[in-house]
Structures are given as C-alpha cells and as structure tokens.
Design a protein around this ligand. Structure first.
Ligand code: V47
Ligand code: SF4
Length: 395
C-alpha cells in the first residue's frame, strides 16, 4: 500500500490532517484554512509524504534544470526594501555598478560558444534604465543571438518605467514583447499582503499591480514565474494569502510555469537581526507550496540560495526543478549571505546532484521543452550508469 494511504490509518493524525490527506489522494484542492493548518500542525514527514505523492504523480522522478546566465544592469536602486542587500548602495553610488547597453551586449557575447538557452535579466531600479533602454537592449540581444530566450525584469521595474513614460501597463508590455521579451521571472513578489509588504518593500508596486502585469503578459501569450520571499516577519497566514492570490490568477490565465519559494537571507541588509528559517522549515515550506499550488506544474528550488544539500533534499518534498546557473553572474544572493558564495555548477555536477538522490535529470529550456534527457546518459570517463549515483559513505 502506498505511504499516503497508510497515513489515513495513523491513530496520531488529527482529523484535519487526515481530511487533507484524503483530498490530496482525490486530487482535490485544499482551502486557505487547511493551508494554515498545514503550517501550524503538520510534521515534516507527513508533509513529505503528501508533497512527494503529488510530485511523483505529476513528474515521476523527473527533475529539470536549465542552462542560463544572469545579467544585472545595476545594483543601485531607488527603492529601499529592508531585506535587500543592494539597497544601501544608492547612498554610496560609487561602490555600485551601472552597465551600459554596450557592456551588457559584451556580456551576452561571452556566452557565444556556450550552449545556454536563457538570459535572466534583473537588477535595481534607476531612471536611466527606462523603456527605451530595455527596448534597445532586448532588440540588440535578439539581433545578436535570436534563439536566446530573454527572461527579463519584474513588475517592480515595469511599473516604474511605464509610469515614467506615461504608458499603460498594456501599452508598455506590448512594447517589451515586440522588442524581444520572451518571459518574466518571478521576482518582486515578496509577500503580497499589505501588512507585510508595506513594511519590507514600501513604495514599489503593490500586489494588485504585480499580479496585473503578469496577467497582461499571459494575455499576450507569454509565460512567467512567481516567487515568495518567506521566513522573515510574515506569519503563516500571509504565506497562504500570497499563494492563494497566485492560485487565483493561475486559474484565470494558466500563464505561470513555476513557483519558487525564496528563503530570506539576513546578511548585509536592514533585517540582519531577523533570524533565518531552519532547513526543516524550508522543506516544510516547499512541501506546503507543492500541496497548495495545485494548478502550478512546477515547484523550483533555487540552489545557489539554499545550497546543494538542501536542494537535493527538496526533491523529496515537492520540488521538481533546480535552477541552473552556470556562472557566478548573480550577486543578489551572494551579497545576502547565500549558501553558495560562488554558484557555479557544470552540467555534469548538476546532473550528479540530481542523480545522487535517485532522480532523473532533464535539461529543459525556459518553456520546459526537453533539451537533453540525462536519464541514461553516460559522461565520457564514467562507469556505466545504473540509475543511481551513491553518495560517498561517511564512517
Ligand atoms: O524579488 C532579495 C529576492 C528576488 C533577498 O523566475 C532575496 O526563474 C532572500 O526572483 N534573501 C529576485 N531573497 C530573484 C528572483 C528569482 C531567482 C531565481 C529564479 C527566478 C525565476 C527568480 O530575490 C527578489 C527578492 O524576493 N531577494 N534579497 C534576501 N536577502
Ligand atoms: Fe531595489 Fe529590488 Fe532591492 Fe527592492 S529588492 S531595493 S526593488 S533591487
């Protein structure tokens, strides 16, 4: 009998948690109250059984990664989000960087010989990075490498630059898509609820604006991701409220691909006094996200942030995608105290990380088309692959 069915006979399990397990077996959606109950009452092992059941029925052992690189036009920002390790730099502008379009095109050219499929562009908000700048940047990238997928900016930047250019969101997003924008990353979502958002990200786009810009991109036929910055001053009900709003928009448009919970890191920012969540809480959060977000195909763990071991563990708690970054090109997390100070993994290392916990590694492009299935791939000097790469034995 499957583990999840055995749970139903467990005398220790409350009626509330049994009822949630039954819903998961029947593929029924859980309510907001049930989501909060999971956070408040459910053990890691219970959540793992439920989340893994969903993960296995959606994806089996398949675990996706992609080969991308990050570009950050600037690390200086007009906003002062308290969790951000960038924001202090506006006062010390000379310590930051402000790349020109030419600088950024040079960065793209550095990857000419590499089989990357995506460039992820995100950074601070400054007046010179306006609608024209990004239009020209996207056009220049497409002119140089047309097949490179541009996943760029968040509603935080779009809201600011469209307002400045006196464009409606609809007009602005259409211009971005016409210039070459393919999809939008999930950043800037933080925590939607105003009780928290006003304290940690005051002044930037609010929840409705964030959601509306994603909705417009979906209506234009493009996909996007969604994140949630958790583990700081929010309560469990704020996390559920956040996921509920995303779930509702997904019901409407179906345009989200991936949900990415982002663990708050507390180095070099104004919230350094706030303790970070534990690994157990991180795994519980992935699992609850997998259970709650029934209409999202994928749950992604951002391995440079949580580290390789937690990323491996997350694959048994609902996660089926590990962000693939091939180079140390993102500074957002290294500055915030992320686990990985030099987040570089070769394809082989990423594949072995996935195989190391008995999963099947699939390289994907941004839209989850299979680029290469590594399930029975043998690297040149490797012994015959038997479906599992054992972890080193520690005596
Ligand atoms: O919106 C900033 C977060 C986000 C901290 O869509 C922090 O594929 C933790 O959204 N601790 C930007 N998090 C990054 C992002 C992302 C990352 C990977 C993949 C994708 C995708 C999107 O980073 C920000 C904010 O929520 N962030 N500072 C910090 N101290
Ligand atoms: Fe600026 Fe983004 Fe940092 Fe907020 S999180 S201060 S908007 S770079």
């Amino acid at each position: 009998m499957e583990e999840i069915t055995l749970l139903l006979d467990s005398p220790e399990l409350s009626e509330g948690l049994k009822s949630i397990a039954k819903k998961v077996i029947a593929q029924e959606r859980i309510t907001e109250n049930e989501g909060v109950l999971l956070y408040e009452e459910a053990t890691l092992s219970y959540l793992g059984i439920l989340a893994n059941h969903i993960r296995q029925s959606k994806h089996g052992n398949k675990t996706y990664f992609n080969r991308n690189f990050h570009m950050e036009p600037t690390n200086i920002c007009l906003y002062t989000c308290t969790f951000c390790s960038y924001s202090r730099l506006i006062k010390k502008r000379e310590e930051g960087w402000e790349y020109t379009l030419e600088d950024m095109l040079e960065m793209v050219k550095k990857y000419d010989e590499q089989p990357v499929t995506e460039v992820h562009i995100v950074g601070g908000v400054l007046p010179q990075y306006d609608v024209e700048f990004y239009e020209n940047l996207f056009k220049a990238i497409k002119a140089h490498r047309p097949e490179l997928h541009i996943k760029a900016l968040t509603p935080v930047e779009y809201h600011y630059i469209f307002k400045k250019a006196k464009l409606s969101y609809e007009e602005g997003m259409k211009r971005m898509v016409d210039a070459g924008l393919d999809s939008m990353p999930g950043g800037g979502a933080e925590i939607f609820h105003a009780e928290i958002r006003d304290q940690i990200a005051g002044g930037k786009c609010n929840a409705d604006q964030w959601l509306r810009i994603h909705e417009i991109l979906h209506e234009l036929g493009h996909r996007s991701n969604a994140t949630m910055l958790y583990g700081h001053i929010e309560a469990y009900r704020h996390r559920i409220d956040h996921m509920e709003r995303l779930r509702q928009l997904q019901d409407k448009t179906g345009g989200f691909q991936t949900f990415i919970p982002l663990k708050f890191r507390n180095k070099n920012n104004e919230m350094s006094h706030v303790p970070e969540s534990t690994t157990v809480e991180d795994l519980r959060n992935y699992a609850i996200a997998r259970i709650y977000m029934d209409n999202f195909d994928h749950i992604k763990a951002y391995w440079p942030m949580i580290g390789r071991t937690t990323a491996q563990l997350s694959l048994s708690f609902g996660v089926n995608d590990i962000d693939g970054t091939i180079d140390d090109t993102t500074k957002i997390y290294t500055m915030a105290g992320a686990e990985e100070q030099s987040p570089t993994l070769s394809t082989r290392e990423l594949v072995n990380l996935i195989r190391g916990v008995g999963k099947e590694a699939i390289e994907r492009d941004t839209l989850y088309n299979v680029v290469q299935d590594y399930t029975s791939h043998q690297f040149p000097d490797e012994e015959v692959y038997r479906g599992y790469v054992p972890l080193p034995v520690v005596n």
